[in-house]
Design a protein around this ligand. Structure first.
Ligand code: ADP
Length: 634
């Protein structure tokens, strides 16, 4: 496949830029990932810290209550109540009846019995120590309600009206009594009308015996205040505090208290330990980090879950901006690279095109052609070298032409000389021959035998010299008549040649066959000579058998290929070129006497007619001479 230099250049430039862009994008993606990871981790850390503070806050409440329970006045009050209850004959029944009475009172009704409990010294102290103290200190309720029961579960003191009188029928009371303290999950506190957790703590006397329980209702607000204050990491940061079964305790934006979100996608992705992950919430992709409460000191926590979430768009904002920037810069770079590549490829291919065109023109023979590339680079050098080469070629061509002219001229002179020489030699030779013949007639067998021999040798030499001169004359005469070629019927030509060869044919009993021959554009006289020479040779260089000669013609492409085939002695293929040169004889035995000019004449005739001549032969089997001629209507 041919790919143009320009295309290659552009492709490699673009490929290079794309590679850089790919690396840049890859690093942005890696950057995004690690950014996400670091934000996720730090948020997990934050969530863990917030939960720890939530648990600590609960623990501090327990501790505060435990400290309070050590106060002598409280101890005395509870012990006194216990002693009183011990004295009652049927405590169960007494408590039961009081509870029934309590519960059956109207919602806002305060019975004298209730009033007595609500207004005793301990109740006042509770209100002072917890409710009013914090209200004054912080300006909001930390404890919304407190009450103390004796060891029978009956109320001893309370800051507000409780729903019932006896508490030993409730779980928290028993857990506080058995385990030392109890912390509830978030619940709606009916008597206080707020969401809260209740904390129960076991009261003991100095020797550690169980004497009663204190229960405090702590507002959730207070517990999560810590968490709330440390959340503003990003504009879209949302902190959620959840119970372990997925109900909302607190969210830093509008929320429905205790709303069940356990069905949401992000909640399902929460695992046991601290973790961060990407999930979709309300149609937006967010990065969630979560932690589970593990308690604080002896308080084991309620397994609450704290979830911090940020919008991915915001968290990875800088990375997204960077990505956008890279894409923009890449587009710009690709455009620049393209322009550069186009410019460069033009700069390279233009001179090359000029060079190619120049080379083609010179190839077509226009030696005046020069290329106009003036750049100072390798291509410029190439162009200069090219021009120099063309110049040299032009000079060489001119020299060659001159040499050729000269050669032609001397050739013509030589031929002229040969012609004149042979022509002028003909006359004295004929005279010599006729005198020698007269000598032979008059003196043969009349002198001594040596004289006979001398006369015979002289006659033979003169005859050979005559043949040579005739051949030379024929050779130099080829083309001298300067007649234009005419349509020539080759069968008529062959006829004439065979007539001229009649004696030789009859003597050798040669068998001559031929296929139909065409009409060609030629000089008829020269064609007769051509056929005559070739057929004459075929007869002369025969083997022991009588010569069988076949002449035929075959049309190939635009020309006729003639062949003269014999069954003679054949020619060594290595010498088959040489025999067409003048005076070349391969067989010099007497029986093959010749001048070595015949084939040279043939070659000259064929070439004058624009054709070619060659031979194919197998020594001992025969030869075939081929030559080409132009058809009549070409
Ligand atoms: P000449 O026939 O006068 O010797 P040619 O130029 O006709 O000269 O031939 C050159 C040489 O080519 C011959 O001497 C002969 O050796 C060889 N030759 C030509 N024609 C044939 C042929 N038909 N068969 C074998 N040899 C040939």
């Amino acid at each position: 496949m041919r790919i143009r230099i320009g295309t290659k250049l552009i492709a490699s430039f673009v490929l290079f830029v794309l590679l850089i862009v790919a690396v840049a994008l890859y690093s942005v993606v890696v950057g995004e990932k690690s950014l996400q990871e670091s934000i996720g981790r730090s948020s997990v850390f934050l969530a863990e810290e917030m939960l720890r503070r939530v648990d600590e806050s609960v623990y501090l409440k327990i501790e505060g209550l435990q400290r309070y329970l050590k106060r002598p006045y409280l101890q005395e009050t509870i012990l006194k109540s216990n002693r009183e209850f011990e004295r009652i004959a049927n405590v169960e029944e007494y408590i039961e009846s009081k509870d029934r009475e309590w519960v059956s009172a109207l919602k806002d009704e305060i019975t004298p019995f209730m009033k007595e409990l609500l207004s005793n010294e301990l109740s006042k102290d509770l209100r002072r120590e917890f409710i009013e103290f914090y209200e004054k200190k912080y300006g909001y309720d930390v404890f919304s309600e407190l009450f103390v029961t004796n060891k029978y579960g009956a109320n001893v003191a309370q800051t507000g009206k409780t729903t019932d009188y006896r508490q030993d029928d409730e779980e928290w009371w028993w857990i506080s009594r058995e385990k030392g303290f109890y912390v509830s999950d978030v619940e709606y506190d009916e008597s206080a009308g707020t969401y809260a957790i209740s904390v129960g703590v076991r009261a003991e006397d100095e020797s550690g015996n169980f004497i009663g329980v204190i229960k405090a209702v702590v507002s959730v607000e207070e517990i999560i205040r810590e968490a709330e204050s440390r959340t503003q990491q990003y504009g879209t940061t949302v902190v959620k505090l959840l119970t372990k079964d997925g109900r909302l305790i607190y969210v830093t934006e509008d929320f429905q208290f205790l709303e069940d979100v356990s069905g949401k996608e992000f909640f399902k992705k929460i695992k046991k330990g601290s973790d961060f992950f990407v999930s979709v919430e309300d149609g937006r992709e967010k990065l969630f980090s979560c932690a589970h409460s593990i308690g604080y000191r002896t308080y084991q926590g309620r397994k609450w879950i704290l979830v911090v979430s940020h919008d991915i768009q915001e968290v990875l904002g800088p990375a997204f901006i960077l990505r956008g920037l890279i894409v923009a810069v890449s587009c710009f770079l690709i455009a620049i690279a393209l322009l550069l590549a186009i410019f460069l490829s033009r700069a390279i291919t233009k001179p090359i095109t000029i060079l190619t065109k120049g080379a083609e023109a010179i190839g077509r023979g226009n030696l005046e052609q020069r290329v106009e590339v003036k750049t100072k680079d390798e291509i410029g050098t190439l162009a200069a070298t090219f021009n120099e080469m063309a110049e040299r070629r032009k000079r060489a061509d001119e020299e060659l032409k001159q040499a050729l002219e000269e050669l032609k001229r001397s050739n013509a002179e030589l031929e002229q000389f040969a012609y004149i020489a042979s022509h002028d030699l003909q006359e004295p030779l004929r005279m010599v021959k006729s005198y020698v013949q007269n000598l032979e007639l008059r003196y043969k067998d009349k002198l001594d035998s040596e004289a006979n021999e001398f006369i015979a040798h002289t006659l033979d030499g003169v005859t050979r010299m005559q043949a040579l001169i005739n051949d030379l004359l024929a050779y130099s005469r080829v083309g001298t008549r300067g007649k234009p070629f005419e349509p020539t019927d080759c069968e008529a030509v062959l006829d004439e040649a065979l007539t001229n060869l009649k004696v030789a044919i009859e003597e050798s009993s040669a068998e001559i066959t031929y296929t139909p021959l065409p009409t060609v554009m030629a000089d008829p006289g020269e064609l007769v000579q051509l056929f005559q020479n070739l057929i004459g040779n075929a007869i002369k260089f025969r083997s022991k058998e009588a010569p069988r000669i076949c002449i035929s013609a075959e049309k190939k492409k635009k020309e006729w290929v003639f062949s003269v085939q014999d069954n003679g002695i054949g020619i060594d293929p290595e010498l088959s070129e040489r025999i067409f040169a003048i005076f070349q004889r391969l067989h010099t035995e007497d029986e093959y006497a010749g001048t070595g000019v015949g084939l040279a004449i043939c070659k000259k005739i064929v070439e004058r007619h624009g054709g070619q001549i060659w031979v194919e032969s197998e020594p001992g089997k025969g030869s075939t001479f081929y030559f080409t001629l132009t058809p009549e209507n070409a």
